[in-house]
Design a binder for this molecule. Sequence first.
Ligand code: FES
Length: 160
Amino acid sequence: GKAPPFALSDAERHEIEEEIHHYPDSRAASIGALKIVQKHRGWVPDAAIPQIAKMIGSDAADLEGVATFYSLIFRQPVGRHVITVCDSISCHLTGYDELKTALEAKLGIRYGQTTPDQRFTLLNICCLGACDRGPTMMIDEDLHGDVDPAGLDQILGAYS
Ligand code: FES
């Protein structure tokens, strides 16, 4: 049969409405609304964009632009945990290459990919704002600085 058309859930709609109430201009809720959908689904499907846009009184193309600009809004399904590795200049000087190589070897995936067990998605991102602690990476909401590739097993072990 045909898949039912995409619809935001009642919970998503309710939370987006609450978010809109926080702002004098509902379009200011763009990122908040995208994050709500991501919290519920793990990512933001294309079909969600026009529906979110309608709720916040924005243009779907504008909202698509916002969603594309923020690298922490995921536009494809991701694993249970998302690792984002800083690939900006300071981290390049403090061991980025070794960290990237070690992560790819340990997880058996490259940037943009998810492990077959759906445990981790690996992404690169620009400066995480902790340049004095390079090399850095985020796992979900946690910032990890001065990451020593030899200690990766221990770090990753905390995310099941
Ligand atoms: Fe990596 Fe800024 S360059 S955190």
